[in-house]
Design a protein around this ligand. Structure first.
Ligand code: GN1
Ligand code: MG
Length: 313
């Protein structure tokens, strides 16, 4: 099935004029589709990672309705949000026009944007969300999965073991509606005002602590390099984004959430390194890679970032 074929099944797209693959995602494949009805994002969903995509779409539509209905998925002609053909599952999303990706100068606005997302989701009872990937943010469980694959010495695993104290962070926190993939690349800013226009990629919205999102934003926005290049943690950017976040949600946080806030970047980065290394050892079965060894390179970059963080925080 091509993106052109899939597009015909969604309401309002009409005949397709052009298609271009969008880079970036580690999970689904995405295309920008220019059709008679406008511009859209059409995705072929990863059915290995998400085994219940109907539940994913229910979560997504619930959150969109509360946060920003203009981000809601496009229905299929026959009803529902997914078009299935053979083993493939496709969906279409609105294109968010006139937006750009954030730069380090946008850290405070990213913090505010995450805070606004969290506030907006308070209208939803977290118990209504499906747990689409069990134990998604669960550092001890992620580490147990890594240990199962370890045979013999592994320098990266040893480094992670020496930082295992990170695994116990972010426990005993209130269960709320969390995004669970709030990296900087998932924020779109208005091109002219540079205000957050959208926090996209709602696949993983699940019941959990807000601090996973704060940590993921710090892991990505306060890193001096890309996710797969070793770099440092920029403490000034972290302070700025944390203050932006607190300026919006400070009155909503419990004392325990406040006291755990500075642990969040460490826990999420440790877990992310564990996940990349696990996938490398498993043979690249989860994340899309550009070459064999990419997941190991990603894991090493996350460990470098983590060591910089551990020195700074
Ligand atoms: C994956 O879909 P994408 O590429 O934004 C992953 C996240 C990781 C992230 C690392 C469902 O997100 O958990 O933090 O890569 N999503 C899933 O960049 O596992
Ligand atoms: Mg994602």
């Amino acid at each position: 099935v091509t993106p052109e074929d899939a597009s015909a099944h969604f309401l309002g797209l009409g005949p397709v004029r052009s298609v271009a693959e969008l880079p970036g995602g580690h999970i689904h494949r995405s295309w920008r589709v220019d059709a008679e009805g406008g511009r859209f994002v059409v995705q072929r969903c990863n059915t290995t990672v998400f085994t219940d995509l109907d539940a994913v779409m229910e979560n997504m539509t619930l959150v969109c309705a509360a946060v920003d209905p203009s981000l809601s998925p496009i229905p299929v002609h026959e009803g529902g949000w997914l078009w299935r053909d053979g083993g493939e599952v496709w969906r279409a999303l609105p294109w968010i026009a006139d937006t750009v990706s954030p730069t380090p100068a946008d850290a405070e606005e990213l913090g505010r944007g995450l805070g606004a997302f969290h506030r907006a989701t308070e209208a939803i009872d977290a118990g209504r969300l499906h747990i689409t990937i069990p134990q998604f943010h669960d550092p001890p469980a992620r580490y147990a999965a890594l240990e199962k694959l370890l045979s013999g010495a592994c320098a990266l695993a040893a480094q992670l073991a020496s930082l295992e104290w990170c695994a116990s962070g972010l426990s005993d926190l209130p269960t709320r509606v969390a995004h669970f993939d709030a990296k900087a690349a998932n924020f779109l800013l208005d091109r002219s005002t540079r205000r957050v226009r959208a926090l996209i990629d709602l696949d993983t919205v699940m019941p959990g602590s807000w601090l996973w999102d704060v940590g993921d934003l710090a892991r990505s926005a306060a890193a001096t390099t890309a996710e797969d290049e070793p770099g440092d943690f920029d403490l000034a950017i972290w302070n700025t984004l944390r203050d932006g976040y607190l300026s919006v949600v400070s009155d909503r946080l419990t004392p325990r959430e406040r006291s755990q806030l500075a642990m969040a970047p460490l826990v999420v980065t440790w877990e992310q390194a564990v996940r990349f290394l696990t996938d490398h050892l498993a043979g690249d079965v989860y994340y899309r890679v550009d070459y064999r060894g990419h997941n190991q390179v990603r894991a090493a970059a996350q460990v470098a970032l983590l060591e910089s963080m551990a020195g700074a925080l």
